[in-house]
Design a protein around this ligand. Structure first.
Ligand SMILES: [Zn+2]
Ligand SMILES: [Zn+2]
Length: 329
């Protein structure tokens, strides 16, 4: 069997592909059938009139209705996972469960006192991003509100807690880096894992540095992947692309990928002091959409921060208040 082929799902768990924007194209929602005839929904997807319709159709084709939903579980707070949960909660009255760290992060992104839409573009500008690009990032971030409103009322789940879904017990495993408070759910009996965006096949999950959030996201990510890689897993159900085998192998690959990227960046910094923005264009491409540029920029900053933590690189403030990265002498 080719690695990219979808594996067959056990009958108590169904995948529903919900449309989202390029380049990911869809998010995997999972419907887990409970012994009392109700279902648990994991990660309903981003909100739009299209995705609301997709859920109506998906439930009908599974012989279910909104009233069948007894609980909604979120791996993390990103709009492509959490987005529809408030809307679904309004329709069903079902509890929405997510980690308390993720709740804090949703508050930091979209709460009443949130300043990130202003702070992040300013931060990028200090790291060399041209003003017009930083302004586009600001506008782009404002456009997310419609995908996540209304925000759900959350009942928290914490690391190590057990949750019944699909008639079996799953343990919540909290790992950071892709999103603070990200939960994967691991069923030791059947060796299955619902891994959200912590580990994806084919794609390396984005690891973002954002001011005011986790200050060491790549370290958090790599520690988390180590922890997940130690679990005995046969089948993995990710947030994007297809369910896959070889989960542990994939974790090893992702860690090696980040080590390679760190080395490549350190080599570039050693040639001459560089801004995070110029390094971002060097590492990714200069033809990114606004959405991709934001993630590429924050990922570059996350790697640079890790090089600083390892004592290989220093961040130097220039006279004009801009930052450059230099090799540590
Ligand atoms: Zn995510
Ligand atoms: Zn995602």
């Amino acid at each position: 069997m080719k690695r990219s082929e979808a594996i067959t799902m056990p009958e108590y768990i169904q995948r529903v592909k919900i449309t989202m924007s390029f380049p990911l194209r869809w998010v995997n929602s999972y419907v887990l059938h409970e012994t009392d005839g109700t279902v648990t929904i994991v990660d309903p997807g981003p909100r739009s009139s299209e995705t609301e319709l997709e859920w109506q159709e998906a439930l009908a084709s599974l012989g279910l209705s909104f009233q069948s939903i007894s609980q909604i579980v979120l791996t993390h707070h990103h709009p492509d996972h959490l987005g529809l949960s408030g809307w679904l909660q309004q329709k069903t009255g079902a509890p929405v469960r997510m980690s308390s760290r993720s709740m804090k992060e949703a508050e930091y992104m979209w709460g009443q006192d949130a300043t990130i839409n202003v702070v992040l573009p300013e931060y990028y500008a200090q790291h060399g991003m041209p003003a017009d690009k930083a302004r586009q990032i600001h506008e782009h971030m404002e456009s997310f509100d419609s995908q996540i409103m209304p925000l759900p009322e959350i009942t928290s789940i914490e690391d190590g807690e057990w949750l019944e879904m699909g008639g079996q017990q799953w343990m919540a495993v909290e790992t950071g880096g892709h999103a603070p408070g990200h939960l994967s759910f691991y069923a030791p009996e059947t060796r299955e894992i619902l891994c959200g965006d912590a580990v994806l096949p084919q794609i390396s999950p984005n690891v973002s540095l954002q001011p005011g959030s986790d200050s060491q996201p790549l370290l958090s990510y790599m520690e988390g992947v180590h922890r997940l890689g130690a679990l005995d897993v046969e089948r993995a159900y990710p947030g994007h692309r297809n369910p896959f085998l070889h989960f542990n192998e994939r974790t090893v690959h992702l860690l090696a990928h980040h080590e390679e990227r760190l080395q490549k960046m350190a080599e570039r910094v050693a040639e001459a002091p560089v801004s995070a923005y110029d390094l971002c264009l060097f590492m990714f491409s200069d033809r990114l959409s606004t959405h991709q540029l934001r993630f590429a920029m924050s990922e570059t900053l996350a790697h640079l921060q890790e090089l600083v933590r390892r004592g290989l690189v220093v961040q130097e403030e220039q006279r004009d208040g801009m930052f450059l990265f230099n090799i540590k002498k």
